[in-house]
Design a protein around this ligand. Sequence first.
Ligand code: AMP
Length: 281
Amino acid sequence: MMTMNIFSRAIRRHKFPTAVSPWPQFLNEQPNNLSEYVSLSVRSFNSTSMDRSASMADTDLNDLPNEKFMLILGKPGGGKGTISSKILKDFPGMEHVSTGDILRQHVREETKLGKEAKAYMDRGDLVPDEVMIRLVLDDSMSAIDSGKHLLLDGFPRTIEQAIALDENIDVEVVVDLNIPTETIVERIADRWIHPASGRVYNYSYNPPLHHGKDDESGEDLVQRDDDKPKTVRKRLEAYDKVTSPLIQYYAKKGVLKTFSGTMSDKIYPDVKEWLKKMGLN
Ligand code: AMP
């Protein structure tokens, strides 16, 4: 069931961070790497949320915003990005936060965060929870304050991340995409990107105009390191082990619906209908 109390839209004020475990070892080895980025994020998070709490107290109940917090779950390569972009087209009042996209942007720009995260991403490992929790809670804050619905894509990936999220916002809608593993393995092998822009092509259903070349710049397309078969298998195994328990976690809360199939185009109409039922516009 959706949470319907008057604070369902509000950020839940808790001391932050509550679910963060000790720093990973690499932070001790290189004290100036991620911690600098992270401490900025925490300061920004705290000040934004305090402003928000103060203004909530003065707000007439009828004026409360009705934006919803929504997640999309699914195996890596299972069409989360495709379904998300369809949702964004049909529900313009939606802010999209994709942790994979944010991390890849950091990698492209060679920020400190990007350099650290790249090693995990290239191996097909998850970036440590404490880093991700701060990254998302910071990035989501501007989306929340913009008065739009929030669509989180790629987060949470672990129960620890889900708990941290829960302590700060009420997730009311969770779309779970259930795509067969075989379909994903084939699909990912066909996915190539243009690194400079982040444009993504797929030789099966969204091919470039000229084989191996970006449509706009004519530059070479490459396969993401984490799209290589060995890494893909590792990511799928990690999903089964670490991320799939989230399906139970949100199902128990009564906010999750699973959509099964092999083609995003076939799945999406059902997703759209359900989102409308859930009050998204
Ligand atoms: P994605 O595009 O969502 O599949 O993310 C690409 C990679 O970024 C993943 O394989 C992880 O290495 C990293 N990543 C993205 N989101 C998370 C997260 N919530 N927790 C940990 N690692 C993440």
